[in-house]
Design a protein around this ligand. Sequence first.
Ligand SMILES: [Zn+2]
Length: 235
Amino acid sequence: MKIINAALRHQSGLFTLTLEDGAIAAIDAQPTLIAPVTASDVLDAAGNLVIPPLVEPHIHLDASLTAGEPEWNMSGTLFEGIERWGQRKATIDHEDTKRRAHTTISMLRDHGIQHVRTHIDVTDPTLAALQAMLEVKEEARDLIDLQIVAFPQEGIESLDNGRRLMEAAIDMEADVVGGIPHFEYTREQGVSSIKFLMNLAERTGCLVDVHCDETDDAQSRFLEVLAEEARASSG
Ligand SMILES: [Zn+2]
């Protein structure tokens, strides 16, 4: 496989990239523009810039393309946004979730993004969005690498069965353990949620990605708790 007529960052002129076994094996400067070739193993970049794919490290694919449904967030605050999402969540439908996720993934692809980490709300007792997204992950495999975070939007400790839902989501093969300590009812619950999620990650070998102190409350100090748990468990 070759990519011809490629422009590269900080380089003048055009280049031919030779790919072997999914990796770039050679980069050769071209003396001139190569005339377009019709061959299945040659891609003509036509003088456009060739760069590594971009990364989308934080998106909520289960909530994408739902603005205004069923109501707009009139205050513009995060907390009203979470409330509106709570209403929308009650109407979740398997196909609707998959359709919106696939549409969003196509938009990401069109902007050069290949690696995506999505948070998926796992505080719905049916885990319907997670099930849908696991299917999307397989179906979109040729377009993007999708990493799924089990995200407890309504809390781990302040929600009935919150811990069980997190464990069930990881059993279903979500890739990453999430959290939202500042959204728990009390500071103690926030601290306890971090200890629980770090323990879950350690038991299962999962990565951790926590929405931490995402609030204007200057008293929200969960980052230091999370950092200390990471330090204590790394010994
Ligand atoms: Zn988020």
